[in-house]
Write a protein that binds this ligand. Structure first.
Ligand SMILES: Cc1ncc(C[n+]2csc(CCOP(=O)(O)OP(=O)(O)O)c2C)c(N)n1
Ligand code: SF4
Ligand SMILES: [Mg+2]
Length: 341
């Protein structure tokens, strides 16, 4: 019998896989599921300690196709952030991963998205961004660019929402953009996001091959390939690996993650500092003005307190606290009332 490959916690790949995909062959969302399977397996994260969350859309169906052994909650359209916030507060030991679409996040769910970002809730929040409502046959979504064309020739004349700029502005502490066709970059970003404490917001350009992959679309494979401006190479070294990265001083930014992992961001043209909020926003505006999109880790604030820390939650999950601890009884209420006199 051939040797089965086990990861560092002794698990096979199988519990990291999910059901067979029902999405269209070639859909960018399938490639993202593949990268997630690899990232969780290689990071040695036990899927039984993970909760997958989503809203509604083709993208929101994809948690069914990875990490079959994890917990899952496929919520209502645009409502995944509040369900995710509740889950992470009720059980802070769970690792939360949310998958949404550009419609699910940018349209019906924008209010919920905004509050998730400003709270820095500990969750990896992925937007599978195809610039359209794939599940309902390809109408423009709020991330569609001005001038982008539908298959039937209709041109979008509304300005797009840049979810990365919004997330940075609002307080997310790890913000990245990638492309479903860039295996290496997406893998490194996903692994780094799994080491981050706080909100990791990752917008992944993920072409809809059925409704938005034609000429004139700015979310097609061809357009994404030609207009992707990587910020430089992203290398991630998890805390359990001892790899020395050789680099010329001044060419690479090293970021220490809170679990001891290290992130190396190789600079391209000019000195880009991913910890500088204003520089990150400027970069997003400048690239968008040129019709390009920057990919890589755009902003990172590794030491920012996450929502559970801000709330000073007890270590034991609220969900398993004994009744005496969560229902202190009338005498405690009387005492509080007395102290307020
Ligand atoms: C309350 C509500 N309104 C509208 C819909 C119809 N609907 C289903 S999916 C969807 C948009 C999905 O787009 P997106 O989030 O970008 O996901 P994609 O299918 O493109 O991956 C809409 C409008 C719905 N299911 N529920
Ligand atoms: S309709 Fe588009 S987004 Fe939905 S599964 Fe097919 S290719 Fe993917
Ligand atoms: Mg979409």
């Amino acid at each position: 019998m051939a040797d089965v490959k086990l990861n560092r916690i002794g698990l096979e790949l199988q519990p990291y896989r999910g059901g067979k995909t029902t999405l269209c062959a070639g859909c960018g969302h399938n490639a993202i599921s593949e990268r997630l399977i690899e990232a969780f397996f290689e990071m040695g994260i036990d899927p039984r300690g993970v909760i997958k969350l989503s809203g509604i859309g083709c993208s929101s169906k994809s948690p069914a196709y990875f990490l079959g052994a994890a917990h899952g909650f496929n919520s209502v359209h645009g409502r995944m952030p509040s369900v995710g916030t509740g889950a992470t507060l009720a059980n802070r030991t769970l690792m939360a991963i949310g998958v949404s679409g550009d419609g699910d996040t940018g349209a019906i769910g924008i209010g919920q998205f905004v509050h998730l970002m400003r709270r820095n809730v500990p969750i990896v929040y992925i937007i599978e961004d195809n610039g359209c409502y794939g599940l309902t046959k390809g109408q423009f979504s709020p991330t569609a660019d001005v001038g982008s064309k539908l298959k039937n020739g209709v041109v979008n004349d509304l300005p797009p929402i840049d979810t990365c700029a919004l997330a940075i502005e609002l307080g997310a502490s790890f913000v990245a953009r990638s492309f479903s066709g860039d295996k290496k970059q997406l893998s490194a970003i996903l692994k780094a996001s799994l080491s981050h404490r706080g909100t990791s917001m990752i917008d992944v350009i993920s072409p809809c091959v059925t409704f938005n992959d034609h000429e004139g679309s700015t979310k097609s494979y061809a357009y994404a390939k030609d207009h992707d401006e990587p910020l430089g190479e992203v290398s991630f070294v998890p805390y359990f690996e001892e790899i020395a990265i050789d680099y010329e001083p001044g060419t690479t930014t090293e970021v220490q993650m809170h679990d001891g992992s290290r992130l190396y961001l190789k600079k391209v043209a000019d000195d880009y500092d991913p910890t500088d909020k204003l520089a990150a926003l400027r970069l997003l505006h400048e690239t968008a003005r040129r019709g390009e999109f920057a990919t890589g880790i755009i902003y990172i604030e590794p030491d920012k307190d996450d929502f559970t820390t801000m709330l000073n939650l007890v270590d034991e999950p609220l969900a398993t606290l004994p009744l005496e601890a969560v229902r202190p009884g009338p005498e405690v209420l009387d005492e509080i009332m007395e102290s307020l006199r």
